[in-house]
Every structure is written in structure tokens, then in C-alpha cells.
Ligand binder design. Structure first.
Ligand SMILES: Nc1ncnc2c1ncn2[C@@H]1O[C@H](COP(=O)(O)OP(=O)(O)OP(=O)(O)O)[C@@H](O)[C@H]1O
Length: 249
């Protein structure tokens, strides 16, 4: 089953077309890796899926309610001078359903404490966001989406600048979120993480999208590495002219 479909989307930024004829269906419960070089249009596509950017043509069909859609932007895009604690950030996850000015009830706090425990944040509830490490901050941001009970989760490079323990925790939590039926789309640059997480891959290049199986991408990536054993690159190679399309799309 799918609650998110892209139909022949053309998207522009600043009057310039960035992506053309983008189509595809995102299955419930699947994790899709969104892959592409800098400037390929990954954030642009995310903005369109979130309803923050109107397409020039085509449509995003999304049947998840707006309050159940969550977007984790790149960490660099966040204002860390904003005076907010981990607990306050987590509780903002309740705003879409709960409203900004209503008092939080015992259920909200119970849920929050469970999420904090799961993400190893229990000792950091009152720490200002500006005093967190990259990994702690990313856990707090994911915690916010768990508070929101997101059914559509879009993450832009969630593993950038985070420690290995946090990568483990985030990967496990994202899989749990998907197993619970959510649609998860993650912008990834790292092959190891792609191998571990992705059920399918949407590759953006030259203004177009191609659906590929993760295994195909990994085989292509590792083939040159076998020939040049000392030159194995950790990041995704995007020179993939003949990648066959993903069979499920
Ligand atoms: N607000 C904007 N106004 C004008 N052009 C923009 C704007 N935002 C993005 N662009 C341009 O649109 C293109 C796609 O940008 P986008 O941020 O979607 O790429 P990306 O794949 O997410 O890149 P990165 O990996 O660097 O985050 C780029 O050429 C970028 O310069």
C-alpha cells in the first residue's frame, strides 16, 4: 500500500527548473534513500513533498494528514541560538495535533519520557540545544518526530556530524518507525548507511530521477573498489549511466 505518489513533477527554484518528470510511488513501511550530487535537487524534492514548494507541473499525492508529516532538515539549517531545551523541543512535536498554547497533559509527558529513554536523552532533558553535541541534537530532533507520531518522515542527511553510537540508534529507530507502517525518505551520501537502511533508492541526476535497487548501486560501487583495493571511497559514486530501474516502481 502507498500513501505517497509523485506524478510527473517538474520543480523549479528561483525561476530555474531543477527537476523534470519525477514520478514514483513510496510504499508504506519502506525506507527510500534519496541520492544525488550536491545541487541535484534532493532538498527541492523534499520541499515539494512537504507541500512547501508548488510544482510547475505535476502533482504530489499524499494522503497522510499534514500533522503527521515530519521533516528533519540538515543540522546546518537549524538556528542553535534559539533558547530551547531538549524537553521543550520534544514537546513541540505535539504542536501539530495539540496546538501551541494548550497545556501538556500526563500522556504527553509519559510519551516524552519513553522517547527520551529510547534515544538515550533522559539525562539531557533540560540542556539547551546549543549545548548539545551533533549526535545528541540529532537524537533530540528524531525524538521530536516520535512525539509527533509521524507517518511520513523525511530526513536530510541525518547521519552527518554524528557519532557511531547515534548512527546505530538512529538506524534502529528509523527501521522501527518504518516497521510501524510509516513512509521514510532519507537523503544519504554514505554507502555503508545506504546498504544498511535502504529498501529502495531514488537517484537524482541531470534533473531526472531513476529508481534503483540498493543492491545494484552497491555492486556498482564495490566493483571499482575491488580493482583498486586501496582506493575504496566511502561515498556514493554517481556515475551510473546504465543502472536498471527498480522493479517495484
Ligand atoms: N531558494 C533558492 N533559490 C534559487 N535557487 C535555489 C534555491 N534553493 C536551491 N536552489 C538551487 O536549486 C538547485 C537544487 O538545490 P537543492 O538544495 O535542492 O539540491 P540538493 O541536492 O539538496 O543539494 P545538497 O546536497 O547540496 O543539499 C541548486 O542548483 C540550488 O542552487
Amino acid at each position: 500500500m502507498s500513501r505517497l505518489t509523485l506524478e510527473d513533477l517538474t520543480l523549479a527554484q528561483g525561476g530555474r527548473t531543477v527537476l523534470e518528470h519525477i514520478s514514483g510511488t513510496f510504499e508504506d513501511g519502506a525506507i527510500t534513500a534519496l541520492v544525488g550530487a550536491n545541487g541535484a535537487g534532493k532538498s527541492t524534492l523534499i520541499q515539494a513533498i512537504m507541500g512547501l514548494l508548488s510544482p510547475l507541473s505535476g502533482q504530489v499525492h499524499c494522503s497522510m494528514p499534514k500533522e503527521r508529516r515530519a521533516w528533519l532538515p540538515q543540522q546546518l539549517a537549524l538556528d542553535l541560538t534559539f533558547p530551547m531545551s531538549v524537553e521543550e523541543l520534544m514537546l513541540t512535536g505535539r504542536w501539530p495535533t495539540h496546538g501551541t498554547f494548550k497545556r501538556y497533559g500526563p500522556d504527553d509527558y509519559r510519551h516524552m519520557h519513553g522517547v527520551m529513554q529510547r534515544l538515550g536523552l533522559s539525562g539531557l532533558a533540560h540542556r539547551p540545544l546549543g549545548e548539545l553535541s551533533g549526535g545528541q541534537r540529532q537524537r533530540a530532533l528524531l525524538g521530536r518526530t516520535l512525539m509527533q507520531e509521524a507517518e511520513l518522515l523525511l530526513l536530510d542527511e541525518p547521519f552527518a556530524n554524528v557519532d557511531t553510537h547515534t548512527v546505530e540508534l538512529l538506524c534502529g529507530t528509523l527501521r522501527d518507525i518504518a516497521n510501524a507502517g510509516a513512509t521514510v525518505i532519507v537523503v544519504l551520501h554514505d554507502m555503508e548507511q545506504l546498504a544498511r537502511l535502504a529498501d529502495c533508492v531514488m537517484l537524482l541526476a541531470g534533473g531526472h530521477a531513476q529508481w534503483v535497487e540498493p543492491e545494484t548501486l552497491l555492486e556498482r560501487h564495490h566493483a571499482p573498489a575491488r580493482r583498486h583495493a586501496h582506493a575504496q571511497a566511502p561515498f556514493i559514486s554517481l556515475n551510473l549511466p546504465d543502472v536498471p530501474p527498480c522493479s517495484t516502481y
